[in-house]
Design a binder for this molecule. Structure first.
Ligand code: BGC
Length: 696
């Protein structure tokens, strides 16, 4: 490579008309497809350009600037609720196929941040609060994407736990706490998925911007985990040239940074400082390695390819069905009989479509959104942060399921009108919605726009009230005792309306299990309020200067005990625990046997419908000290009366502590229990293990 060529792959632009429109604006090459990023190739060496798009939940549509649609998969939490790695892999595969057809070869997918705060505005994009569940699922999703001869990222390394102040928030956390939680999720995800690239995050960790963190990039990722791919920055997350020495390999979306550091400035530094010259070669080696490993050069992408929306829609539908979690079902109100005569559907734009989360992951399905409600801002920013509904109206799907019924709809704006409709109905289905977006956290866990009062009044008026929740976060449910049933549908994607109706009428037996804890109250959380919320200035979308303020996030409060582990440590009970999910049939799990390395147990469908259970294996105490860690899980589909014995491998890191250099498994009695959620455990099995230590 010539000197010039050596700083070609190390930085790139956002190929969108952002920022300055005068001569200082970087030119957007003709062949760059509107997307998140573009890095020119080197034709002389047959090195392809890197064309990047966001793609966690489908190929993103960059505020409608590209005139096409894509298959919108359900949100991350919805997909994770399936606890079905193979299905997430299928989801990744179709996203990758669509990306190829649109001319993209690098997918900004693989969101793996753990839910440290249920009010985090990006919780919907991520998968879980647990490192094993997140790591396994994200690894498979990445595998699916990369099965198309393209590169996927895993992001955002690391500890990007809230949106408030995300560009300057400084996470304080000990090495051990980080390695046993968020970093472990990334480590497992990388082991399974082998992503070609890792995206570092916006925030700081222990005083250092993560994209310039020697600890995270050089020590943890490249030394301890022996990661061979390249690190790309998040968009507008590079503080300076020095990041190159700290492990950053590629500067993305450079219009958003204070300067283009990994271009001419890097070339200049490499001329005089051998450390930069060595790093520059290493950056190129790493980027090229991923290009060649995933065959980007040998399988060039071309825009304009065909997409089988029918087949991909079927995958989106299956993910939505398996991701819906039945939280409550009193008196067997669900499934609804197709013979129901008068059904009142209320609220949530159920006549229009299904909700999606906003920000860089936003996908527009074919034909664009069914509805788009702006939330302020101008131009691109207004589109980036808008409440959008996909074209899959639950009302239409409900009508199709109950052709003989009179199905009415009220938008729910007026409580009195909704109550009148509820009183004369056999059954009421209230659709509640809580929209979430990148760049902003949720003020609290309530439902906005008076929906809690609406649900309470409707449920008071008709005891056969079913609440369908579309949210990207856990919510509080002050009306819970009055509601006959609660269905958590998350953001269910392109065919979400059909999936919801299918669960309501029992064509789908719900099998989703919560990948996050729903707390009883915000005072039960490690942080009763989101740090900095309402005090630090909100983020401005686009190439705006980072308003550098002081914001310390103490993650050592909970350490590695997130969600259910925090509750187990503090003796708290959840509103709905991690792992929870009802079915129209019943299951029993029994005969647990384990030597601490693998575990075998039997699951039986004890009811009278076919269905799927998610058996969960937890470590519940170590040498007499209570603790809780998910150590294995298995989703099993069973016919009535059928049973199956399964075996899971126990990742030894989940039994161990990080000792500063590696893992130590202390000798003692290890108590394991099976459960269908973190708070409903079968009698424990104890195994004695001898001390072991090992390197990462
Ligand atoms: C987000 C990333 C995304 C990137 C490019 C950033 O604001 O944090 O997740 O991949 O933008 O759109």
């Amino acid at each position: 490579m010539t000197d010039d060529e050596k700083t070609t792959l190390t930085h790139g632009i956002i190929p969108l008309p952002l920022g300055p429109t005068d001569a200082s604006a970087p030119p957007i090459p003709k062949e760059a497809i509107p997307g998140a990023g573009y890095i020119p190739g080197i034709p002389r060496l047959n090195i392809p350009a890197l064309t990047e798009t966001d793609a966690s939940l489908g190929v993103a549509y960059v505020s409608g600037l590209r005139g096409d649609g894509a298959t919108a998969l359900p949100s991350g939490l919805a997909m994770a609720s399936s606890w079905n790695p193979q299905l997430l892999e299928q989801g990744g595969t179709i996203i990758g196929q669509e990306a190829r057809a649109k001319g993209f070869n690098v997918l900004l997918a693989g969101g793996a941040n753990l839910m440290r705060d249920p009010r985090n505005g990006r919780t919907f994009e991520y998968l879980a609060e647990d490192p094993l569940l997140t790591g396994v699922l994200v690894g498979h999703a990445i595998r699916g994407v990369q099965s198309n001869n393209i590169i996927s990222t895993i992001k955002h390394l690391a500890l990007n736990g809230q949106e408030t102040g995300r560009k300057f928030a400084d996470v304080q956390i000990t090495d051990a706490h980080a390695r046993e939680s968020d970093l472990l999720a990334f480590q497992i995800g990388i082991e399974i998925g082998n992503p070609g690239s890792v995206m570092c995050a916006y925030n700081r960790v222990n005083g250092h911007q993560t994209c310039a963190s020697d600890y995270l990039l050089n020590q943890v990722l490249k030394r301890d985990w022996r990661y061979k791919g390249f690190v790309m920055s998040d968009w507008g997350a590079v503080p300076g040239l020095d990041a190159a020495l700290k492990g950053l390999d590629q500067q993305s979306g450079e219009q958003l940074d204070p300067a283009v550091f990994l271009g001419d400035r890097l070339a200049e530094a490499a001329r005089t400082n051998p450390a930069y010259a060595v790093r520059r070669d290493d950056m190129n080696r790493r980027i090229l390695r991923s290009i060649y490993e995933h065959g980007l050069d040998r399988n060039p992408v071309k825009p304009g390819g065909a997409i089988d929306f029918e087949a991909h829609g079927a995958v989106a539908l299956e993910l939505a069905k398996q991701g819906i979690v039945l939280l409550r079902n009193e008196g067997g109100v669900l499934p609804l009989a197709a013979s129901a005569k008068r059904i009142a559907v209320i609220g949530g734009y159920a006549d229009t479509g299904v909700l999606s989360g906003a920000g860089s992951s936003q996908v527009h399905a074919q034909g664009g959104p069914a509805a788009l409600i702006t939330q302020g801002g101008e131009g691109l920013a207004a589109l980036f942060i808008s409440e959008q509904y996909h074209r899959s109206a639950p009302l239409k799907a409900i009508r199709a399921m109950a052709p003989g019924a009179e199905v009415s709809f009220r938008n729910g704006r007026y409580v009195s009108e909704a109550v009148t409709a509820a009183k004369t109905a056999d059954v009421v289905i209230v659709f509640a919605r809580k929209w979430a977006a990148e760049t902003m956290d949720q003020p609290d866990l309530t439902l906005p726009d008076g929906q809690d009062a609406l649900i309470a009044a409707v449920a008071e008026a008709n005891p056969r009230t079913i609440v369908v929740l579309q949210s990207g976060n856990p919510v509080l449910m002050p009306w819970l005792d009055k509601a006959a049933a609660v269905v958590q549908a998350w953001y269910p994607g392109a065919r979400g309306g059909e999936a919801i109706a299918s669960v309501l009428f029992g064509q789908t037996n719900p099998s989703g299990h919560l990948p996050i804890t729903f707390p009883r109250s915000e005072s039960d959380l490690p942080r009763p309020k989101v740090d900095g919320f309402g005090t630090v200035a909100p983020e401005i979308v686009g190439p705006a200067p980072v308003i550098d303020q002081e914001l310390i996030l103490n993650y050592d409060i909970e350490g590695s005990d997130l969600g259910y582990r925090w509750n187990a440590r503090t003796g708290k009970k959840a509103l709905f625990p991690f792992g929870f999910g009802l079915s129209y049939t019943t299951f029993a799990t029994f005969d647990l046997k384990t030597d601490g390395r693998t575990a075998q147990f039997t699951i039986k469908n004890t009811g009278n419908r076919s269905g799927a259970d998610v058996a969960q294996l937890y470590l519940i105490s170590r040498d007499g000290k209570p603790m809780q860690r998910l150590t294995g899980f298995q989703r099993v589909e069973l016919e009535p009366g059928e049973s199956r014995t399964v075996s899971v491998t126990i990742d030894q890191r989940l039994l161990a502590n990080w000792n500063g250099k590696g893992w130590t498994l202390p000798s003692g009695n290890y108590e394991f229990a099976l459960g269908d959620n973190a708070e409903n455990l079968t009698p424990a099995v104890t195994v004695r293990l001898a001390t072991r230590t090992w390197k990462d």
